[in-house]
Ligand binder design. Structure first.
Ligand SMILES: *[C@@H]1O[C@H](CO)[C@@H](O)[C@H](O)[C@H]1NC(C)=O
Length: 295
């Protein structure tokens, strides 16, 4: 039922290897001849645990900015997402679908993979990506030890395969792994953390991982799209570029990004119509075979 797990942060491996070259040219992500997600795709969100309205709006405004350019100066969230169009051509328009607030911790405060999948199945929707977001007080199998989020797909009866994503708020559990560069890295070269653009280390870290996993999902939804390495631990559109946020990145240094003169926050993308700023990771560009940064 679960097609694959995926490591949203290989940062640890990169940081432990001082000879790693980030953003190397001619990085290849082979295409495995299967389906990609193109056209209009609905993103449904299940919020598991405790999220404030402001925390939810950080993610919602990000999702709403992926395919909308209303009022967003460049570089925008939409200009970042556009690189996914280059994967065999044809655009992927993201629209926000339903939301479920699961505030009663109905499955407890520790979830395994089976439970994540069952939460994602509460949405019944084709052409959708069902996203489960867990709050900072919820443990998840493998969270922090090996991953900051996952994506995969489930098959429901006669229906098509439906992709799902899970991302956890790492702030209380492992911000050095899953909310870098807004927190000191857990391992490797140390540099001062960047100020999170929405003032919330956990949520701004979640945006990085949601961005990583959504890009991985549309370009490799069923493990037969674009990826490098073993299908059980694929390097995908953004995970192949882990640790890069701006030009000149090297292990421990996220690269040159924009800095808000008032707050000192680091960012590289403007949201649409909401005035928010985001720091988005580099994405592999099939045209240049290199990791593309916003700035
Ligand atoms: C996940 O947890 C549920 C509830 O405790 C349990 O019934 C199920 O067997 C677990 N699944 C796995 C794969 O461990």
């Amino acid at each position: 039922m679960v097609s694959h797990y995926y490591l949203a942060s290989l940062l640890l491996l990169l940081l432990l290897n001082p000879h790693t070259t980030l953003g190397a040219q001619n990085l290849m992500l082979p295409y495995h001849n299967g389906a990609l997600l193109k056209g209009t795709i609905t993103v449904n969100l299940l919020w598991y645990g405790s999220f404030t309205p402001i925390q939810r709006s950080i993610i919602l405004d990000f999702i709403n900015s992926l395919s909308s350019t209303a009022g967003a100066p460049l570089p925008s969230v939409a200009s970042w997402w556009k690189t996914t169009d280059k994967y065999r051509g044809g655009s992927t328009t993201i629209v926000l679908g339903k939301q479920i607030l699961e505030q009663t911790y109905s499955l407890g405060n520790y979830l395994n993979g089976t439970q994540l999948v069952s939460l994602s199945s509460r949405f019944d929707h084709l052409n959708a990506i069902n996203v489960v977001l867990t709050s900072s007080d919820v443990g998840v199998d493998g969270f922090c030890r090996s991953r900051c989020g996952t994506h995969g797909s489930i098959t429901n009866g006669q229906k098509a395969r439906i992709p799902y994503v899970w991302v956890g708020n790492s702030e209380a559990q492992c911000p050095g792994q899953c909310a870098w560069p807004f927190h000191q890295p857990a391992y490797g070269p140390q540099a001062p953390p960047l100020i999170a653009p929405n003032g919330d280390v956990g949520l701004d870290g979640m945006v990085i991982n949601v961005a990583t996993l959504l890009a991985g999902t549309v370009t490799n939804p069923f493990n037969e799209g674009f990826y490098q390495g073993p299908p059980t631990a694929p390097l995908e559109a953004v995970s192949a570029c882990t640790g890069i946020f701006g030009s000149g990145a090297y292990p421990g240094y996220p690269g040159r990004v924009l800095v808000d003169k008032t707050t000192g926050a680091s960012y590289n993308s403007y949201g649409a119509g909401n005035g928010r700023k985001y720091l988005l990771p580099a994405m592999w560009d099939p045209q240049t075979s290199a990791c593309k940064t916003q700035v």
